[in-house]
Design a protein around this ligand. Structure first.
Ligand code: GLN
Length: 487
């Protein structure tokens, strides 16, 4: 079959018209992945056999019950799963050597939900090691190249999940956003990247990076697809006490009226090195909303400048704590030459973790140590509260905030790899909202002169995801940038 650039909605329509079997569709995606994956290094594991088995089971069930296509929101929809999601029977390493060879005996509950809704797993997708990074360059499987320019990064940590969308190596992917890891790569790769309210989707079985910040959500081609997948993934989970009750339908505001919508435009997001091409594409998007009757409100969020500092105290503390569990005893076979237990731990940790993980573990333990705890960790938590309050005040004045996702389009491979601070500040415009646990999206907003994608960031108050999808879709319908695939 010829693989169209399917969205969830268009693929389901094709199934309804009996155009293809699930097996035909899944085989076509697998063929494309096997042919093209080497160009970008998007998948780190291609699950041919597993995916065909799932497809076959769906086809059989479909024969018994023709209404299955309508009943299952993701019936026969092929997806890529980021490698930090636990997947039964499929190696799960979060792209770290410390977990090489680990084949989990269970699925993350959110993966179970996707399967139950009819999604098919094509394989596991590249990420920065343990999701720590902004470029996928810290992955033990190597960098994911940007589909629009192979000399550039896809962003990170969900770089593979974003490149998968524009490379058309699946219909949607899963991602995690702790401090920008869905929105940044979505912006760099012309994908629709969803970050949800903290607690919206269960973190159980999703390997923890920084537990007070980690959020789980999809990357898709369109706003409608994003809302459909989030509907499936969201909700209370008895394995994650931080999950929130979800009764709303995230598609409910699609097609909404923009007249009277109050859009806050925080000036800090356009200052300090925001590239002029990026600013002008975002301004163009703002003009669109204005032309539809929305009101633009100039705002100031002065705490923005402290976001990166707060994040790089709080998150390494949590990373350091979470990484302690990887001790090489139950899984990982990398220190069989150890002479004693001490030597074993030393070998496991020093061989298992890459340089960026070691840096974060050291920073985290340092700021949590008795001498620096008050000065750094407690101070950062206080500033975190100020950031949360500043957003809460802003949402008294406006319904949504709009800004660039990042100061620039995708950077060159290697450009920031030797300079941790340059890498960390890449997320300066995505981090503050993550600190506040807010939902947001990156929606394709056009291309630079050099042909690189740029995303528009739309942020809303907690639990306002339906509004965020509605606002994003209006712009998407008017521009259809998601249809512009790499040459
Ligand atoms: N780039 C940021 C970091 O390295 C964010 C990562 C993430 O959101 N997982 O911490």
């Amino acid at each position: 079959m010829i693989l169209e650039n399917f969205t969830i909605a268009s693929l389901k329509e094709a199934y309804k018209n009996n155009k293809f079997t699930v097996t035909e569709v899944v085989q076509a995606y697998l063929d494309r992945i096997n042919e093209r994956n080497k160009l970008t290094n998007t998948y780190v594991l291609i699950a041919d056999e597993f995916a065909l088995k799932q497809a076959n089971a769906l086809d059989e069930a479909w024969q018994q019950d023709a209404s299955l296509v309508d009943k299952l929101p993701l019936f026969g929809v092929p997806m890529g799963v980021k490698d930090n999601f636990t997947t039964q029977g499929l190696e799960t390493t979060a792209c770290s050597n410390i977990l090489k060879g680990y084949v989990p005996p269970f699925n993350a509950p959110c993966v179970d939900k996707l399967y139950a809704a009819g999604a098919v797993c094509l394989g596991k997708i590249n990420t920065d090691e343990m999701t720590c990074g902004a470029s996928t360059e810290t992955s033990c499987f190597g960098v994911t190249k940007n589909p629009y320019d192979h000399e550039r990064v896809s962003g990170g940590s969900s770089g593979g999940s974003a490149s998968m969308i524009s490379e058309n190596l699946g219909v949607f992917s899963t991602g995690t956003d702790t401090g920008g890891s869905i929105r940044l790569p979505a912006s760099f790769c012309n994908a629709f990247g969803v970050k949800c309210t903290y607690g919206r989707v269960s973190r159980s079985g999703v390997l923890s990076m920084a537990s007070s910040l980690d959020t789980v959500a999809p990357l898709t081609k369109t706003a409608l697809d994003g809302a459909i997948v989030l509907n499936v993934m969201a909700g209370k989970c008895d394995k994650d006490a931080t999950t929130i009750e979800t009764t709303e339908d995230f598609t409910s505001e699609l097609g909404m009226e923009l007249k009277g919508l109050k859009i806050g435009v925080p000036k800090e997001y356009f200052e300090h090195g925001t590239d002029s091409e990026v600013s002008s594409l975002v301004r163009k998007a703002l003009d669109f909303y204005k032309s539809q009757g929305a009101e633009l409100i100039d705002l100031s969020l002065p705490m923005t400048k402290y976001g990166v500092a707060v994040y790089y105290i709080v998150s390494p503390s949590e990373v350091a704590t979470n990484m302690q569990r990887y001790d090489g005893i139950k899984f990982g076979q990398i220190a069989s030459d150890a002479e004693n237990l001490d030597d074993f731990y030393k070998k496991v940790k020093s061989r298992g973790f890459g340089p960026e993980m070691k840096r974060r573990i050291m920073v985290g333990n340092y700021v949590l140590s008795a001498e620096s705890y008050e000065a750094y960790y407690i101070k950062a938590q206080k500033v975190r509260t100020l950031i949360i309050n500043e957003f809460a005040d802003a949402f008294q004045k406006c319904d949504v905030l709009m800004a660039p996702v990042a100061a620039t389009a995708a950077f060159k491979i290697g450009e920031k790899a030797g300079d941790p601070v340059a890498m960390y500040t890449t997320d300066a415009l995505a981090i503050p909202s993550a600190i506040a646990g807010l939902p947001g999206v990156s929606v394709p907003a056009g291309f630079t002169e050099a042909g690189l994608p740029v995303g528009l960031q739309i942020l809303v108050a907690q639990r306002k995801e339906a509004l965020m999808f509605g606002v994003a879709k209006a712009f998407e319908d008017a521009t259809e940038y998601y249809k512009r695939v790499p040459a």
